[in-house]
Design a protein around this ligand. Structure first.
Ligand SMILES: Nc1nc2c(ncn2[C@@H]2O[C@H](COP(=O)(O)OP(=O)(O)OP(=O)(O)O)[C@@H](O)[C@H]2O)c(=O)[nH]1
Ligand SMILES: [Mg+2]
Length: 193
């Protein structure tokens, strides 16, 4: 199902989007690999644009898995080299995309498994909790983590930090395309429920 995902729309105006029946939204710090995770998840190379330069994704990019079932790629947060005005625009875009649109959604917060969770991620999840929006964690770039640290440890630690259950934390490497079976199962369960 996910392999058939196609580009639907790019916009800065979330309220211009039609209504979905179900959507998963990828959010996270700039450069953690949100777009790469989407590509690996959909077993495609160039579905979402990837870049070595942080701040690549500037608009809300919507991909269609099937009719009105979406994967949404958001611009990353915490990118230092943006102006205050751009940060304000980002906040507005997030609020409109995540809070104001009354959709059936799950937010996947992508973090860098090597760097670990940051204050900005905690701010984001606190905000989601306030608005009762369900979220899960994807620890990407696991290929960068020393072999001495197990995926189980990464999951336990992240679950504790974010105040969620361990099954809500997924460990993947978009680069090596590892760990996607569990994540795919979780996403398909959501889309088919
Ligand atoms: N080592 C490693 N590098 C990765 C992995 N996933 C992504 N990258 C690299 O990380 C960089 C950023 O990837 P993107 O997918 O563009 O990240 P993003 O979070 O979408 O970035 P923004 O759109 O700027 O917020 C690229 O150089 C990727 O090749 C991974 O699993 N392991
Ligand atoms: Mg991106």
């Amino acid at each position: 199902m996910l392999e058939k995902t196609v580009f639907f729309r790019a916009t800065a105006e979330a309220d211009s989007l039609p209504k979905s029946v179900a959507e998963i939204i990828f959010s996270g710090r700039s450069n953690v690999g949100k777009s790469s995770v989407i590509n690996a998840l959909c077993s495609q190379k160039n579905l979402a644009r990837i870049s070595k330069t942080p701040g690549r994704t500037r608009s809300i990019n919507v991909y269609s898995v099937s009719l009105r079932k979406w994967i949404v790629d958001l611009p990353g947060y915490g990118f230092a080299r943006v102006s205050l005005q751009e940060k304000k625009l980002w906040n507005k875009m997030m609020e409109e995309c995540i809070i104001k649109r009354n959709s059936n959604k799950t937010v996947y917060i992508v973090i860098d498994a090597f760097v670990g969770p940051t204050e900005l991620d905690f701010d984001m999840t606190k905000w989601l909790k306030e608005y009762n929006i369900s979220f899960k964690i994807i620890a990407n770039k696991c290929d960068k983590v020393p072999q001495t640290i197990s995926e189980d440890e990464i999951q336990s630690k992240a679950a504790e930090c974010f105040g969620t259950d361990k099954p809500n934390v997924f460990t993947v490497s978009a680069k090596k395309r590892n760990g996607f079976n569990k994540l795919k199962t979780d996403i398909l369960k959501f889309f088919n429920s």
